[in-house]
Design a protein around this ligand. Sequence first.
Ligand SMILES: Cc1cc2nc3c(=O)[nH]c(=O)nc-3n(C[C@H](O)[C@H](O)[C@H](O)COP(=O)(O)O)c2cc1C
Length: 253
Amino acid sequence: MVKDNKVIETMLNHKSIRDYTDQKPSDEIIEKIVRTGQQAPFASQLYSVLLSRKGNIQFGAPLLFTICVDFHKMEKIMEKRGWEAITNDISILLMGIQDAALMSENMVIAGASFGLGSCYLGAAPYRAKKIKEEYNLPDRVFPLVQLVMGYPAEEKPPRPRYPMDFVLFEDEYPELDDNKINEAMKVMDEGYLAQDYYEELNGKIPIKDDEKEDKYTYEDYSWTEHISRKWGQRYPDSERILEQLKECGFDVE
Ligand SMILES: Cc1cc2nc3c(=O)[nH]c(=O)nc-3n(C[C@H](O)[C@H](O)[C@H](O)COP(=O)(O)O)c2cc1C
């Protein structure tokens, strides 16, 4: 049997932290975390990280990182080389999102190795214009995701994940029969319910359609219902996100 090592233990112990102590991570630790983030594999290093330690940061965290897809720096470098970028913006964004996501998750793991907890905040793309103004971002920089970090003031067990046979498919994508789907849903729903996850967060997503009755209480409202309410109700058209991208100098229409 393969023995877990420190890296695996740290990664398997991951859980998003939504309550923090007042203790502030040192500059040295912050720099080490960002440096570790940078050492993630990259396609083109298409990212920048904004740091905030002021104001009311969500969940009382001492640090707020805003991870941006950044093509501005690349254009500056290319200019010096006498080149002009002709790549379409969707391709740039897809590459940049991968670069930025890999670097930010490296930061999460590095933070955890120092005993720091963290939680991503996913609303940044929809508030991109505001963030651009706040941090004086040049064009061609898009705030992808935010990440709060600090010393945890809560102790939580790791949250469940899909069973392995719902994720890892060798050689061929299998037919997902009812059994497999039900089993995956059960693992997720029972796992979140066992932690009273949504009740503690008071995180139920309301049903917008007046004709649809909300039959769920926190006794049976769990992840698969939660995630269905997200994808079944939010952002039906792309206007709003395209507008935010445009404000940041990306044209994907
Ligand atoms: C891109 C992204 C956006 C997220 N946005 C939020 C958010 O806005 N608020 C929040 O409380 N958690 C957010 N999360 C955290 C997820 O809810 C969390 O990772 C997921 O429920 C799994 O739980 P765990 O991280 O504790 O294992 C986000 C995570 C990711 C990766």
